[in-house]
Design a protein around this ligand. Structure first.
Ligand code: MSP
Length: 660
C-alpha cells in the first residue's frame, strides 16, 4: 500500500444504453478526475464503474430486438466501454452484474442475510396498474391512480422475500445525524431524514417472481433477486466480498466515496447502509449526490440543436475541453442547464483566452526575446512576490476544494492563478523591457516567472486535462517527472535555466461562436436528451421502481351500472406535442363537440405527435382530472397494448358523439 493509503471511489453502475448523453457522463467524469487527483497525490486508488444488467426492462428490450439478453447486453456494454475509452475514463475495474463472480457473491450475501433472519419470506402487496404492468405503493399513487398513466389501480399480492430494513431505522438515523460527511451535500441529508427516515422505514421487497432475467435465489429459484439488492452489492462484490475478504476488500472497503446522481441518493444512503449493517460490514465513508445537467426551458431542445452526444463534442473540441466544461460550469451538488452557447462561451473565455493566450504569449516572447531559452534573471520586480505567493498557495486551495468534491471552485482557484499571471504580463510589459538593453535581467526574471507560473498551472490541471498539461510540458521542454508532479506545484522557482521552449499550435483555438452555433444546430441532437426538467427524487424513485413488474392480476367483474358510469365520447386530436417533463407522455388537445380538452397520454413510444393530429379517438370523458408530471389531464384515450405495440381505438364519427 502507498504511504498515503488507499482511496476507493465508485460511480453508479449504468443501465445498458448505447446512447449515453453528457448528463450520464457527468458522474463518471467527476469520478475520473477524483481518481486521477488522488493517484497524483500518491494514493493507491481503486476506481470502479460498470453496468447494471438485470431486470424486466432489459429482458423486454432484448426480446423486442429478437436477441437473448446476454447477446444484447454484450453489444451495449462494449459500446459503453468504447465511450469511456474515448472519454479517457481511467477506471481500474469494470463490473457487470452479469459477471459470474458477482452473481455468485450476491447469492451468498442473500443466503447470509436469510440465515441471519434479516431476509424473510412474506407477501408483497401493492397497487397494480394493468396497462402499465407496474406495481405502486399507496404513497406513490397520484389521486389513488397510476402516477404514470392516471388509470385505476387494483390491490394485488404475491409471495416474495423481504429485507428487514425497519430494524435498521435507528442506526440509520444515527448515521445521518452523527457521522459528519456521510451524505452530502447537506440538503440531501435533510431530505432523507425528514422524508424517509423520520416517517418510518418499511421492510423492502427484494425478490420478484414475474420475470427471469435476474439472479435466482439459490434455495428458492423461482424468485429472482430484485435489481437494487443486486446492483448496490456491486460495490463490494467487485472487491471480493464475501468470498475473498483479505485482498482488495480489506484494502479498499469502506469506500471513500460513492458518487451518485441525486435521484439515487436514497438507495445509497438508506437501503445500502442498512444492508451493510445487516452484513456486519462498515458503511461507506461518503455518498455524494450530485445535481443534474438539464436542457433549457424544460423542453426537449432538439429544435434548438443542443448537442448532448459526448462523442460529437469531443470530436469538435477535444476531451480535455469537455471535461473542463462539465466540472467548471456546474456546481457539483446542484442542477445546471446545458446549451451549446454556454459551452462555447466557456471554452472561449477560460481555455482559448485565459489559458491558451497565456501559454502562447509566453512561449512567443521567450522565442522572440531570448532565442527560445528560459533564463533565470536575478532582478526582482514589484509584482513577483504576489505572483509567486499565489502560485504556491494555489495547490492547498485546490486540494481543499477537491477533497470536498467541489470541482468548479477548485478549477476557479487554478484560473485565479492563470488570470493573475496574465495580469503580470500587463504589469511588467515585457515588450517594453525588451526595447531597453539595460532591462535585460528584469526581462529574464519576468519570462522566468511566467514560465514557472505556467508550470504550476500545468501540474494542477493534470487530473482534469492531461493532454493540455502534456502539450504545455512539451512546449517548455519538460519531461514528465519531478517538475511536473502534483507536489511540484507547492514550490515556485523549480524550473532550471536553459530549457528550450518550442512554439506549437494554440492549445485551444478560438471558436467563432455564431458560426459554430449554426454548425451545431445543423447537426441536431443525435441522442436522447438529458432529463428536461428537474424531477423530484421521489419521482425518479418511482421511475426506477417501475422498471420491474409483477404478473397481471385478473380484474374484478363489474355490473352494467358500473359500466354506465363511464362516459365515452368521440374526440378529434387537433394538436399534440411531447410532454415537457416526461419522455413517455404526449399532451393532446382534443375537440369533443364544441369543447376542447387537454389529455396527457403515455403513448409517446408509439407515435410521433404530429402523426396523431386529425385522428378520431375514444375519450373517457368523465374521468377526474389529474396532473401528470405537472400537466393537467382531463380524461383518457383508449388504446389496445401488449407492451411492445399499441393501437389507438378510433372511430369515424363526428367528434362529441357518445360511445356506448
Ligand atoms: N443503474 C442505476 C444505478 C445503480 S447503482 C447501484 C442507474 N443508472 S443510470 O444509467 O440511470 O444512471 C447512471 C448515472 O447517470 C446516475 O448517477 C445518474 O444520476 C446519472 N445521470 C443520468 N442523467 C443525468 C443528467 N442529465 N445529469 C447528471 N447526471 C445524470 O441509475
Amino acid at each position: 500500500m502507498s504511504a498515503k493509503g488507499s482511496f476507493y471511489i465508485t460511480t453508479p453502475i449504468y443501465y445498458p444504453s448505447s446512447k449515453l448523453h453528457i448528463g450520464h457522463t457527468y458522474t463518471t467524469v467527476a469520478a475520473d478526475v477524483m481518481a486521477r487527483y488522488k493517484r497524483a497525490q500518491g494514493f493507491d486508488v481503486m476506481f470502479l464503474t460498470g453496468t447494471d444488467e438485470h431486470g424486466q426492462k432489459i429482458e423486454n428490450v432484448a426480446k423486442a430486438q429478437g436477441k437473448a439478453p446476454k447477446e444484447f447486453l454484450d453489444k451495449v456494454v462494449a459500446e459503453i466501454k468504447d465511450l469511456w475509452k474515448v472519454m479517457e475514463i481511467s477506471y481500474d475495474k469494470f463490473i457487470r452484474t452479469t459477471d459470474d463472480y458477482h452473481e455468485r457473491r450476491v447469492q451468498m450475501m442473500f443466503e447470509k442475510l436469510y440465515e441471519k433472519g434479516d431476509i424473510y419470506k412474506g407477501t408483497y402487496e401493492g397497487m397494480y396498474c394493468t396497462p402499465c404492468e407496474s406495481f405502486w405503493t399507496e404513497s406513490q399513487l397520484v389521486d389513488h391512480k397510476c402516477p404514470d398513466c392516471g388509470r385505476e389501480v387494483t390491490k394485488t399480492s404475491e409471495e416474495a422475500y423481504f429485507f428487514k430494513m425497519s430494524k435498521y431505522q435507528d442506526r440509520l438515523l444515527d448515521l445521518f445525524e452523527n457521522v459528519e460527511g456521510f451524505a452530502e451535500p447537506k440538503s440531501r441529508v435533510n431530505e432523507m431524514v425528514n422524508n424517509f427516515l423520520k416517517p418510518g422505514l418499511e421492510d423492502l421487497c427484494v425478490t420478484r417472481t414475474s420475470f427471469n432475467w435476474g439472479i435466482p435465489v439459490t434455495f428458492d429459484p423461482k424468485h429472482v433477486i430484485y435489481v437494487w439488492l443486486d446492483a448496490l452489492s456491486n460495490y463490494v462484490t467487485a472487491l471480493g466480498y464475501p468470498e475473498e475478504v483479505d485482498g482488495d476488500f480489506a484494502k479498499f472497503w469502506p469506500a471513500d466515496v460513492h458518487l451518485v446522481g441525486k435521484e439515487i441518493v436514497r438507495f445509497h444512503t438508506i437501503i445500502w447502509p442498512a444492508m451493510l449493517m445487516a452484513l456486519d460490514i462498515p458503511v461507506p465513508k461518503k455518498v455524494f449526490g450530485h445535481g443534474w445537467i438539464l436542457l433549457e426551458g424544460g423542453k426537449m431542445s432538439k429544435s434548438k440543436g443542443n448537442i448532448v452526444d459526448p462523442v460529437v463534442l469531443i470530436d469538435r473540441y477535444g476531451v480535455d475541453a469537455l471535461k473542463y466544461f462539465l466540472l467548471r460550469e456546474y456546481s457539483f451538488g446542484q442542477d445546471g442547464i446545458f446549451t451549446n452557447e454556454v459551452l462555447l462561451n466557456r471554452l472561449n473565455s477560460d481555455l482559448a483566452n485565459d489559458l491558451g493566450n497565456l501559454v502562447s504569449r509566453t512561449v512567443a516572447m521567450i522565442e522572440k526575446y531570448n532565442g527560445g531559452v528560459i533564463k533565470k534573471g536575478s532582478a526582482i520586480t514589484a509584482f513577483d512576490a504576489s505572483l509567486s505567493a499565489l502560485a504556491e498557495e494555489t495547490i492547498g486551495k485546490v486540494e481543499e476544494r477537491l477533497d470536498k468534491l467541489d470541482f468548479s471552485t477548485a478549477l476557479d482557484e487554478i484560473w485565479k492563478l492563470v488570470r493573475r499571471t496574465n495580469k503580470y504580463i500587463d504589469e511588467t510589459s515585457p515588450w517594453a523591457l525588451a526595447k531597453d538593453e539595460q532591462q535585460k535581467d528584469v526581462l529574464d526574471t519576468v519570462l522566468y516567472n511566467l514560465s514557472e507560473s505556467i508550470r504550476i498551472v500545468s501540474a494542477l490541471i493534470q487530473p482534469f486535462m492531461i493532454h493540455t498539461s502534456r502539450k504545455i510540458w512539451s512546449q517548455f521542454g519538460l519531461e514528465e517527472g519531478d517538475l511536473t508532479h502534483w507536489d511540484s506545484a507547492r514550490s515556485f522557482g523549480l524550473l532550471p535555466e536553459g530549457l528550450q521552449v518550442t512554439k506549437a499550435e494554440a492549445l485551444f483555438p478560438r471558436i467563432d461562436v455564431p458560426k459554430e452555433l449554426e454548425a451545431l444546430a445543423a447537426l441536431g441532437a443525435p441522442v436522447e436528451a438529458p432529463q428536461t426538467e428537474e424531477k423530484t427524487s421521489e419521482e425518479n424513485v418511482k421511475d426506477k421502481a417501475s422498471a420491474d413488474v409483477h404478473t397481471a392480476p385478473q380484474p374484478a367483474e363489474i355490473s352494467i351500472d358500473d359500466f354506465a358510469k363511464v362516459q365515452l365520447k368521440v374526440a378529434e386530436v387537433v394538436a399534440c406535442e411531447r410532454h415537457p417533463n416526461a419522455d413517455k407522455l404526449l399532451v393532446l388537445q382534443l375537440k369533443v363537440g364544441e369543447e376542447t380538452r387537454q389529455v396527457v397520454s403515455g403513448i409517446s413510444k408509439f407515435f410521433e405527435p404530429e402523426a396523431l393530429v386529425g385522428r378520431k379517438v375514444i375519450l373517457v370523458a368523465n374521468l377526474k382530472a389529474v396532473k401528470l408530471r405537472g400537466v393537467e389531464s382531463h380524461g383518457m384515450i383508449l388504446a389496445a397494448a401488449d407492451g411492445e405495440s399499441l393501437g389507438l381505438l378510433t372511430v369515424d364519427m363526428p367528434s362529441g358523439t357518445t360511445v356506448s
